[in-house]
Design a protein around this ligand. Structure first.
Ligand SMILES: *Cc1c(COP(=O)(O)O)cnc(C)c1O
Length: 368
């Protein structure tokens, strides 16, 4: 029996119906005689260190729930980074850790107002989804022509409703990293009750002068959250494990909203095994950084102007030609990530994949 008339279809919350769908990097399409390569998701082509595979094989507790807060991993990280265990909160990827931060600090309020979250754009595609799903309002500040955050404009965008600011360094997809002095200066000017997240998904790849020391800023600023992941440098994207580091003024609230058992037993063991072999992880990262240097130099030589990349990817600001470039890469069995009308992000991959990408850039002509 119907008590009152209904719309007749199942509809989600208004904020959800307006969300952009996350568009994941596509797999490459095979082409005659060419090994296909996926350069569309900033994955580590070298994979995890061998000890990870061994640690996974030894797990005999698949019928048990994992530790609810990934305590073993947090303890390992605490020792390594010299921070209290209580200052670390693990998550299902750093995306899970970021979701905790937004859910804890930004949303909509009982008076109908919406909290604001400021971030640069274009930046990580997941930001609008996480922010809007929480019921908060996203305030985007365009990156500058060289792909860098416009920190002055981001400071100017702060209002009474601003609860969180996301700084993505290096910025995905444009590539540049923020310097330590830039972030220090930003924190000095931002209100101390605004949570400032330093998304360091690619921090292991940074080789710039005045490199950001995010942990030192977390030690002096109770409003700073450092966000890190095992998906990129450690090559563990499939296992979904990341974490945040912040003062207990912040982490006490993250623990409340964190999904229990968010980090699986496998993810925790793999992350710990990788941390125990950091020298091997760094060797792999070094070789990808060398490849990034080789690709960047070859592109410059071929006449391309691209932003300085400090991540494991490069950004081609192709504007209206972006989809055409991606299509031509596809013919060469290379999957790349096109953002229509803006540019193309290409992950630094296997040497052969990078060679093929360089060759494509050397010979590329726009086909109308
Ligand atoms: C890849 C990425 C992440 C996180 O990925 P997880 O796999 O969820 O850890 C976070 N931020 C940025 C900017 C990224 O590019």
């Amino acid at each position: 029996m119907t008590m009152f008339s209904r719309a007749g279809s199942i509809t989600p919350r208004e904020s959800v119906s307006l969300l952009p769908a996350y568009s994941a990097g596509k797999p490459p399409q095979p082409a005659d005689g060419l090994t296909p390569y996926k350069l569309s998701s900033n994955e580590n082509p070298l994979g995890p260190v061998p000890a990870v595979t061994q640690a996974l094989a030894e797990i005999d507790t698949l019928h048990r729930y994992p530790n609810p807060t990934a305590e073993g991993l947090r303890t390992g990280l605490a020792g390594l980074l010299e921070v209290p265990v209580e200052d670390i909160v693990a998550g299902t990827g750093s995306l899970g850790a970021l979701t905790q931060i937004i859910n804890a600090f930004a949303g909509s309020n009982s008076d109908g107002s919406q909290d604001e979250v400021i971030y640069a754009w274009r930046s990580f595609e997941a930001y609008p989804i996480v922010v809007r799903t929480a019921g908060a309002r996203d305030v985007t500040v365009p990156v500058m022509a060289d792909g860098r955050h416009d920190l002055e404009a981001m400071l100017a965008a702060i209002t009474e409703r601003t609860k969180v600011i996301l700084l993505c360094t290096p910025n995905n997809p444009t590539g540049p990293a923020l310097s330590h002095s830039e972030v220090e200066d930003f924190l000095a000017k931002a209100p101390s009750d605004v949570v400032v997240v330093l998304d360091e998904a690619y921090q292991e790849f940074v080789r710039s002068d005045d490199r950001l020391d995010a942990l030192s800023l977390y030690r002096t600023h109770p409003n700073v959250v450092v966000l890190r992941t095992f998906s990129k440098a450690h090559g563990l994207a499939a296992l979904r494990v990341g974490y945040s580091i912040a003062s207990q003024q912040i982490t006490q609230h993250l623990r409340v909203v964190a999904a229990p058992f968010g980090v699986s037993t496998l993810a925790e063991a793999a992350a710990l095994a990788s941390l125990e072999h950091l020298d091997q992880v760094h060797e792999r990262v070094d070789s990808l950084v060398a490849e990034r240097g080789r690709v960047s130099a070859a592109l410059h030589q071929a006449g391309w102007t691209i932003p300085e990349s400090q991540g494991n990817f490069v950004w081609l600001p192709l504007g209206e030609r972006s989809q055409d470039f991606a299509a031509q890469a596809g013919v060469q069995a290379l999957a790349v990530r096109a953002f229509a009308g803006e540019g193309v992000r290409v992950t630094i991959g296997e040497v052969e994949a990078n060679d093929r990408f360089i060759e494509l850039c050397r010979t590329y002509r726009f086909r109308d």
